[in-house]
Write a protein that binds this ligand. Structure first.
Ligand code: PEP
Length: 251
């Protein structure tokens, strides 16, 4: 049986470490990783140490960004080696909210390399801003994958995840999530680009792709069945232990 991946992205939440601890305790009281489901939370950096102690392998540790640098004069940055030393297993890179703040595909590629060098699994976010009727979104998506993944070697074909997150479907302002068939089309484009990068169509077919963007427990099983993905990156839902755990239980 193949594994399903559910990764929560807490973003800039919750407000305090006390609230973060209560949230993660609420989550692990209801769910934990198993042979068939891998659960991880990408928490803010200051909570990582607490998360490691409290979660105690029931859920894996994730981070939301990494520095392009290893050390030196980069105020505010956190390096891949620092994350590794905290027990971080996954790290989101290229989230649309960071891309909106100026992160380019080239910067994402450098971050991916840093993470791979530390054996941290990058979760590389890609996704178009609009589904234009002319179909330009296909080229945008392909270019994001091509450049963001350019520093991955063929031997690392199973060392990274892609998160397909159409920007128009993310967050409170989204009018709707994507349909599974829209997601499937995106995964075909992504896998075609990955095949060139890892130089192996079968490995590209097996690469883990997550869907993110207003996912719900009603639609999630259909995404796994026909959407071409093996799991989900969840924003808002991961901030409520009950919603997050019932989403996971529904899969
Ligand atoms: C996200 O921002 O990664 C995300 C998927 O958010 P939401 O689930 O809240 O749409």
């Amino acid at each position: 049986m193949s594994k399903t991946y559910i990764i929560g992205n807490w973003k800039l939440n919750p407000e305090t470490i006390k609230k973060a601890e209560s949230l993660v305790r609420g989550i692990i009281a209801k769910v934990s990783s198993s042979r068939t489901k891998e659960i991880a939370i990408a928490s803010p950096f200051p909570f990582l140490s607490m998360m490691k102690t409290v979660a105690d392998k029931k859920i894996s540790l994730g981070a939301q960004d990494v520095s392009m640098y290893d050390d030196g004069a980069h105020t505010g940055d956190v390096s891949a080696m620092m994350l590794k030393s905290m027990g971080v297993k996954y790290c989101i890179v290229g989230h649309s909210e960071r891309r909106a703040d100026g992160e380019t595909n080239e910067m994402v590629a450098i971050k991916v390399r840093k993470l791979l060098d530390e054996k941290i699994m990058p979760i590389i976010c890609v996704g178009e801003s609009d589904r234009d009727t002319a179909g330009n979104y296909r080229d945008i998506l392909a270019e994001q994958v091509r450049i963001s993944c350019a520093k991955i070697t063929p031997k690392e074909a199973d060392s990274f995840f892609i998160a397909y997150e159409p920007v128009w479907a993310i967050g409170e302002k989204a009018k709707r999530g994507a349909h599974p068939d829209e997601c499937l089309e995106a995964t075909v484009i992504i896998r075609r680009e990955l095949a060139n990068i890892v130089k192996d169509t079968k490995k590209a077919t097996n690469a883990v792709i997550l869907y993110g963007g207003s996912s719900s427990q009603e639609t999630a099983p259909e995404f796994l069945r026909v959407g071409g993905v093996q799991g989900f990156l969840l924003g808002r839902l991961s901030l409520d232990a009950k919603s997050f755990s019932s989403f996971i239980s529904s899969l």
